[in-house]
Design a protein. Structure first.
Lengths: 411, 74
């Protein structure tokens, strides 16, 4: 039996016009409007694209934040025919930033892919569509039908609706015609990915930044953000099960400026279901900066900022998320297949205040961490550990049969 | 046989191919001090493999019925 996600996948997020990637969000997703705003696609070598990405410190926006320039250079240096893949599967339910980007500015993403393919001398590009967001998949197909890229063939594949299906090795399995599930990576994708070839596999937003850097230029791009971290990032900001808002935020902005009023004074989940419960005190002074957030122990991941609905206990929400994540395991790796359901039970026991439950959670997180083909067990462990530390007052209250959220609502 | 820092010996560690592993437990029987088993019978590998144990570690990897254990030497 699988537990449904406490936050449904959003197929129609509210997208706000932004300073760069989302500057044309109100003009419709068509190619003509896109070209009128951004101009025609220049030619660029892999070295040039890498230089631009490096100049602004562009990190991947799928969650891991790996430097795009390093990845591109590794693929280009592979000395073999390479593959280019854009991952738009967005399996994380609380995230909708790739959905929002593809619904409003699909050609910016596709421009980034086309630039990379041309730079690498590749004539095929693979687009991986979300399996649980049909409107987004339809929007991408409509955009692809408008493309006029010389000597480039586009291929689409649709991810299985499963949390782990968007993991990079799972995506490569899908493209190779095998089940869309993670397998062990013995080498990085950039060295040996699709069919063993050097593979440039990046998130949809990452390619949009690559395109913006090539179309607008590094100087213009760097007018956004801070000196240390130029540019912008997309955020999915949601409250409870209400669909998230997608904001494009200059790096270095104050976090409080993007948080909805429901977040004030309460813990917030940053980075999504594999993310980190973060106290209001930490967030109140934090900036939207991958670097400074990582230093605070709060990786921004794919840019999810989730606020529990008013009256929802964050600890109980954690238990529901872990139950969902346990059901989303591919079931192939023993420690994950056995450990996550046990962990879900143990976290639920913590919400019920059962004696020994916290110790059992600690034991299970130790058994699960680092023992799987993909990041699913590690991400789940991150969420649970952050709940025990950030929500320690709530954990203590539940141990005595109380809930501070319910009390706050009642009073 | 020296690492990049110079002087030190090659580091080697056992790595499990998790999707391939079916908790047969043979690795634990062959090298119990290098591999223990968790509560579900899956291997827990312990840190680096000392040079004196490389031969046994290689043998354990070779004999895994699922070919789910590898000795990574670099």
């Amino acid at each position: 039996m699988t537990t449904p996600s406490p936050v449904p996948h959003s197929d129609a997020p509210r997208v706000h016009v932004g300073p760069l990637l989302l500057s044309g969000a109100a003009e419709g997703p068509g190619l003509a409007a896109h070209r009128a705003r951004w101009g025609t696609l220049p030619r660029a070598s892999a070295a040039d694209l890498a230089e631009r990405a490096e100049a602004v410190g562009l990190g991947g926006r799928g969650g891991a934040g790996f430097p795009f320039a390093t990845k591109l250079r590794t693929v280009a240096a592979g000395g073999r025919r390479s593959a280019v893949v854009v991952n738009a599967s967005e399996g994380e339910p609380a995230s909708a930033k790739d959905a929002g980007l593809l619904l409003t500015a699909p050609h910016l993403v596709l421009d980034g892919v086309a630039l990379a393919a041309r730079a690498l001398g590749v004539r095929e590009a693979h687009v991986v569509l979300p399996g649980d967001r049909p409107q987004v998949a339809a929007a991408v197909r409509a955009a692809l039908a408008e493309r006029d890229d010389p000597r480039l063939r586009w291929h689409t594949a649709t991810a299985t609706p499963r949390f782990v299906a968007g993991q990079s090795r799972a995506v490569l399995e899908l493209l190779a015609g095998r089940p869309n599930l993670p397998v062990t990576a013995w080498a990085p994708d950039a060295m040996a990915g699709l069919h063993g070839r050097p593979t440039l596999l990046s998130n949809a937003e990452t390619y949009a930044h690559v395109a913006a850097l090539a179309l607008a230029g590094v100087a213009s791009y760097s007018r956004q953000g801070s000196r240390e971290e130029p540019g912008t990032t997309l955020l999915s900001v949601g409250v409870g099960a209400g669909g998230p808002h997608v904001h494009e935020v200059p790096l270095g902005s104050r976090m409080v400026d993007v948080l909805p009023p429901q977040a004030w004074g309460r813990p917030v989940l940053v980075g999504g279901f594999h993310g980190t419960w973060t106290s209001w005190d930490t967030l109140a002074t934090a900036t939207v900066s991958p670097r400074s957030l990582a230093a605070l122990g709060v990786p921004l991941g794919a840019g999810v900022v989730h606020v529990p609905a008013p009256g929802t206990c964050p600890l109980e929400l954690t238990a529901r998320i872990v139950s969902y994540l346990a059901g989303q395991s591919a079931g192939r790796c023993g420690p994950c297949a056995n450990g996550l359901p046990a962990l879900a039970q143990a976290v639920t026991a913590v919400t019920h205040g059962r004696p020994g439950a916290v110790d059992r959670v600690a034991e299970l997180t130790g058994l699960v961490a680092g023992r799987g083909a993909c990041a699913h067990p590690d991400g789940t462990v991150r969420l649970v550990r952050s709940a025990l530390t950030t929500l320690h007052t709530e954990v203590g209250a539940h141990a005595h049969g109380w809930c501070t959220t319910a009390t706050a609502v009642a009073s | 046989m020296h690492d990049r820092d110079g002087g030190g010996l090659v580091s080697a560690r056992l790595r499990v191919d998790w999707p391939a592993c079916r908790a047969e437990g043979l690795c634990h029987e062959l090298v119990p001090d290098l591999v223990s088993l968790d509560e579900w019978g899956y291997p827990v590998v312990h840190g680096e493999v000392d040079e004196s144990r490389l031969r046994e570690a290689r043998a354990a990897a070779r004999q895994c019925p699922r070919l789910a254990l590898r000795l990574i030497e670099d």
